[in-house]
Design a protein around this ligand. Sequence first.
Ligand code: ADP
Length: 600
Amino acid sequence: MKILFTASECVPFIKTGGLADVVGALAPVLAAQGHDVRVMVPLYSKIPDTYVNEMTHVLDFEVQLGWRKQYCGIEMLVRDGVTYYFVDNKFYFGRSYIYGLGGDEYERFGFFCRACLNSLPLLDFQPDVIHAHDWQSGMVPALLKIQYAHLPFFSAVKTMFTIHNLQYQGIFGIREVQDVLGLGDSLWTNDKLECFGCANYLKAGLVYSDLITTVSPSYAEEIQTAYYGERLDGLLRARKHEVYGILNGLDVVDYNPAEDNSIAAKFTSEDLSGKAECKLALQREMNLTEDPNIPIIGMVGRLSNQKGLDLVDCVLGDMIDQNVQLVVLGMGESRYVNLFEWAQSAFPGRVACRFDMDSALAHRIYAGCDMFLMPSQFEPCGLSQMIAMRYGTIPIVRETGGLRDTVLSYNEFTGEGNGFTFFNYNAHDMLHVIERATEYYHDHKDVWNLLQKRGMTTDFSWTRSANRYVELYRGMIGETELRDPSEPEESPVAVVETAAPVEPEKPKKRTTRKAAPKAEGAAEEKPKKRTTTKKAAAADEAVTEEKPKKRTTKKAAAETEEKPKKRTTKKAEAAAETASEEQPKKRVRKTAVKKEETKE
Ligand code: ADP
């Protein structure tokens, strides 16, 4: 099959987030399966010279954008069996930023979308499928259907549009977009391009693509509700028979603790001794108290509201009170930079943060921490929790989107699970789950080691996801029949359905462990300013009001307030009946049983 990806970023050339990881990892896997895969990305000036020097100039032409004629060069680089085309125009992409600052994003990415389509006949590459990613490529399916489909070259080309994050939509004025892309007045109705009085590139992709996918099955469901739908839920519901959720994979070569040169000591699921060395090295590097018995909680990612950092803000002092250490690596909103800077000075030796884009440090954090916290408000897929598991670091996550599909809360009665989760967007729910995890860390080492081993041996590779995409590509071009998107996806998470309960006893009542001794000259252990329980409780109330309603069906709500039962199979229900009230009931997956775990 001939497949063209259009995207605004792609590793290893240029990255601001998970989109780059997905495009950069999926394309070579598809190529390795024998497909002709080509990727088009803008030639930003931020792309390192090492790659630019490898590129060859294949063609140049002019792109008509309304009254403007703009130069477009196509530079090419072949790597891992994939042909990468870089769309060159210095005016649009030769800037010091990738997104956002110039106020002409509609023109930059309008140019990019048109240049991608115009270049195909010149490159003599006629794809079976164009796979467009996120709003920056949203106009590719729209322009193709509206302005190119009558041409014989394009008439058979099918399009897939993937949502990596519905929050970012590319919303602009209609007149500006018309001026650049020449889309006539009749197209600006709300069943076509108009969106609440504006042009919306993401909506254009959703309306005009043949199939829509997003990056996890749960997020595919969630975005069809008002709470997560970012005002496009109606459209997504209208197309629900063409909306698929395919879980992202991981680059398991880059994230491999057995081969990772950026960590202090390599380790495997069979021998975790290197992880203890990584922990001490991380404590030393980040100026934390060097103590192998204090659990370290890690956070790596964008410092944005999406990541649930307001929950951390609410209960940060209470978290640290449990005698844990916190390491944060991220860049983003000043509100959270200030929060973690303050925490670092208020809790010396116990909180450390870095505000940088530092991939090697990220690896050292994944390897050196004991737990990884992701209390996201919403999470299309999330890669960090999977990376953490690869490094034997236990995830603590909110049950949303891809987090819900990859982390199953430990169930002490059935022995299932690979981490710890909470459902409500509530700071104290998060705090209680951190307490629960800490108790297992200290008092149930056998369970802890089992969870580590499970995470490290789960198959998060791209192969499974790539097969799902190929299945959909084939369905689109009529080679096979498309399956119904509502059919449950098989989860990569290994569940030990037949394993005996690991510890049938309820975890002990919460105890606040003795805090670590204060470093010399340290500030008050728990400065009142940010951590009064009243304030946190008030904030809890505020955020709890926003609790997503969708997953709590009336029936489930009658049975249990916080645990909607939608995903509970009969088998799980039967098991749950024999357990006490606190037993997590709701999530059991039909997946392969790991041999070594079954033995245990
Ligand atoms: P996003 O919502 O940003 O796409 P994901 O969890 O899907 O979040 O992917 C984020 C990726 O970026 C992960 O691989 C994570 O390790 C990496 N990352 C995020 N922030 C940083 C940072 N400051 N330094 C290094 N890597 C980072």
